[in-house]
Design a protein around this ligand. Structure first.
Ligand code: CP
Ligand code: NVA
Length: 308
């Protein structure tokens, strides 16, 4: 059994196998109703707990549908209604859940909760987002890029905005899948140094360029995300908007990237803040393919976790 905790903690060959299997499973069910089971039902007889301590649309629905398509069953639990970390330690919760379910997906605040869950669970644990990273999203994004443009290896990805959890997983992917990464945003919102150094040590270029117009030159993919994440205090809202206004992804910025550069956003988006509708709904945007590919990528992740 394997935990899927982060992209930089997962073997490169395994990451490649997950992406390839996701693409194959996606094409195998082309045109089928969403509720129809896959031809193979590798999760038959398995129960998966989906725990949410933060809101979610895509993660919740895509995991739930993915498990069902593979013949398994799910149980969606909200952190608030559980004893998680309130009446009971995370370690004990992990031990108890492992007696009932075959796999646990958790979306939480502190990364320490995810790590403690994984340490004490005897079933696979999947990271469905923490304050620090969001690996399932970036697996879907790699799948999406390759579907549209071929191998991501050697490409240039530019992140404009807040160096947040989604950005962190993109930097992990740069090191593991072998693409260059440029961050453009204001210094207080830089991604973690540790992640940048790790990717550089794996042999890819990771640059920080304060001028967004310069940053996107030669970009194959431009990515952004919300300026205020779920774990950020709402009181930072106004300051964040002032800091990040100049990093909005709009048509003028996209015009500086390569003509066939794709645009991605993990969603949910605040239209006309971090990205304009003209870009989000424009010809180079693949935002809804990314959302769909959460389903396919996570199905392959779950199979890898269970070895089925
Ligand atoms: N992109 C993403 O993880 O969306 P949700 O918060 O809706 O799950
Ligand atoms: N950075 C965002 C991603 C949401 C999917 C957040 O953590 O709120």
């Amino acid at each position: 059994m394997n935990h899927f905790l982060d992209i930089h903690k997962t073997d490169k060959a395994d990451l490649r196998q997950i992406i390839d299997q996701a693409a194959a499973m996606k094409s195998a069910r082309n045109g089928q109703p969403k509720g129809a089971p896959d031809a193979e039902r590798p999760l038959a007889g398995r129960m998966v707990a989906l725990i949410f301590e933060k809101p979610s649309t895509r993660t919740r629905v895509s995991f739930d549908v993915g498990v069902r398509q593979m013949g398994g069953e799910t149980m969606v639990l909200s952190g608030k209604e559980m004893q998680l970390g309130h009446g009971e330690t995370i370690a004990d919760t992990a031990r108890v859940l492992s007696r009932y379910v075959d796999m646990i997906m958790i979306r939480t605040f502190e990364e320490a909760v995810l790590l403690e869950m994984a340490e004490h669970a005897t079933v696979p644990v999947i990271n469905g987002l923490t304050n620090r990273t969001h690996p399932c999203q970036i697996m879907a994004d790699v799948l999406t890029y390759e579907e549209h443009r071929g191998p991501i290896r050697g490409r240039k990805v530019v992140w404009s905005g807040d160096g947040n959890n989604v950005c962190a997983s993109f930097i992990h992917a740069a090191g593991q899948f072998g693409f260059d990464f440029t961050f453009t945003g204001p210094p207080p919102l830089d991604p973690e140094r540790e992640f940048i150094d790790l990717a550089r040590a794996q042999g890819v270029r990771v640059d920080i360029e304060r001028d967004p117009m310069k940053a996107v030159e030669g970009a194959d993919l431009v990515v952004t995300d919300t300026w205020v994440s779920m774990h950020d205090s709402q009181s930072t809202r106004e300051r964040r908007h002032n800091q990040l206004r100049g990093y909005q992804v709009n048509e003028a910025l996209m015009a500086r990237a390569k003509p066939d550069a794709l645009f991605m956003h993990c969603l949910p988006a605040h239209r006309e803040d971090e990205a304009t509708s003209a870009v989000m709904d424009g010809p180079n945007s693949v935002i809804f393919d990314e959302a769909e590919n959460r389903l396919h990528a996570q199905k392959a992740i779950m199979r890898w976790c269970l070895g089925v």
